[in-house]
Design a protein around this ligand. Structure first.
Ligand SMILES: NC(=O)c1ccc[n+]([C@@H]2O[C@H](COP(=O)([O-])OP(=O)(O)OC[C@H]3O[C@@H](n4cnc5c(N)ncnc54)[C@H](O)[C@@H]3O)[C@@H](O)[C@H]2O)c1
Ligand SMILES: [Zn+2]
Length: 358
């Protein structure tokens, strides 16, 4: 097991990463200062079948009295309706101010249960127990919690730090292939923006990672969390440094928004966005063609898409980029690489972005 300290002043906490550590959830929670209490494991029905019993046992062994609250899997559960259902179940279970909430699942459960924990009785202790690559390397750390509104994703939310993160990489063995590969886009992103040596290691280890060798998963998740923790500690509320995490996301988000939900997973759109950003980096930031093609090749080997979708440069897409043809003078803050492992931001106009990608 590796432990990463997330430095956030009074909200500082540990993130444990390891193989089989779900069995130690209760003990690790006690170690983080949580008192045995009535508590809730919030999960989705897919993860419940696989891991809830193990989590319940682990918590009972350490003196906790958990109830399992399960929601349907999928983005639709990040809703006011599901949130209200959680509050119902939490009050029915007699959860009080001392009761911790364990978010066991992917980013959907983490965001939803995190927001419930932030707001129930004005805040109860939260433990993130991520079970997807996306959640382990990204969403569990950083304190962003939210639900969606019909007008916008993540419209209603709060910054709320967990007391602890427990990422058991053996849970990734059951993750469907497409979800697994999607998460690797965020892993590659950390290497691209802040750790050139990580790219070299990924180039060497990718096949074993895709085979889900747990020692390598532990390494990759821990390294990703070290990077996210560094950014978040320096800059909790979305300042300059945190912006570098948007590498590949400007175009990625526009692809997601214009292709319509369901066509691309987030990580797939980000993969395409990173390849596009690498091309723009060569044009505007001196990023070498050789490094750009190494990044492309790694993304390809991870089984992720790299080409802009057909008809991408539509009005819809430009609007989603935050620009439209009537605002040709407008510009977007864009994260570029000047070399592997190092990013910078540049303000690019619509034409700066679109022309080189055509
Ligand atoms: N808070 C943040 O900083 C942040 C960052 C990135 C993403 N997010 C949010 O995260 C969400 C996406 O998260 P996600 O990609 O983890 O999706 P998800 O939570 O929907 O999980 C994907 C699917 O995998 C299943 N699953 C989860 N763990 C499994 C396992 N170990 N074995 C088998 N199946 C498993 C789930 O039931 C679900 O069907 C989005 O809502 C996004 O907005 C938040
Ligand atoms: Zn992302």
């Amino acid at each position: 097991m590796r432990t990463i300290r997330v430095e956030l002043g009074p909200a500082s906490h540990d993130a444990h990463v390891g193989a089989g550590i779900l069995d130690r959830l209760g003990e690790l929670a006690r170690g983080a200062g949580l008192k045995p209490c009535r508590c809730a494991i919030v999960t989705d029905s897919t993860v419940e079948k696989l891991y809830a019993a193990g989590a319940v046992d682990a918590l009972r062994k350490a003196g906790f009295e958990p109830v399992v609250i399960s929601v349907p899997p999928g983005e639709a559960s990040k809703s006011l309706v599901t949130l209200e259902l959680l509050y119902d179940r939490m009050t029915e279970a007699g959860l009080d101010r001392a009761s911790a909430i364990f978010a066991l699942g992917g980013g959907v459960v983490g965001d939803l249960a995190g927001f419930a924990a932030a707001t129930y009785l004005r805040g109860v202790p939260l433990v993130q127990v991520p079970t997807t690559v996306v959640a382990q390397v990204d969403s569990a750390l950083g304190g962003k919690t939210a639900i969606n509104h019909r007008h916008a994703k993540n419209l209603i939310g709060a910054f709320y730090q967990p007391r602890l993160i427990v990422a058991d990489v053996t849970t990734l063995a059951t993750l469907p292939d497409r979800e697994f590969r999607e998460g690797l886009a965020e892993v590659i992103k950390y290497g691209a923006i802040m750790d050139a040596a990580m790219i070299v290691d990924l180039e060497r280890d990718l096949d074993a990672i895709l085979a889900r060798r747990s020692d390598l998963l532990e390494q990759v998740v821990a390294r990703s969390l070290i990077h996210k923790a560094a950014v978040v500690s320096a800059d909790e509320r979305e300042g300059g440094l945190r912006k570098s995490l948007n590498f590949g996301h400007t175009i990625g988000h526009a692809i997601e928004a214009s292709a319509g939900y369901g066509n691309y997973f987030h990580g797939e759109a980000v993969a395409i966005g990173m390849v596009a950003a690498a091309r723009l980096s060569s044009k505007y930031a001196g990023f070498s063609a050789d490094e750009a093609s190494r990044l492309l090749r790694l993304i390809e080997r991870a089984g992720l898409p790299t080409a802009m979708p057909p008809g991408w440069d539509s009005e819809d897409f430009l609007r989603a980029l935050g620009l439209d043809k009537k605002r040709v003078a407008g510009a977007v803050e864009f994260v570029l690489l000047d070399r592997l492992g190092h990013s910078l931001t540049k303000s690019l106009s619509i034409d700066n972005i679109v022309s080189p990608l055509r």
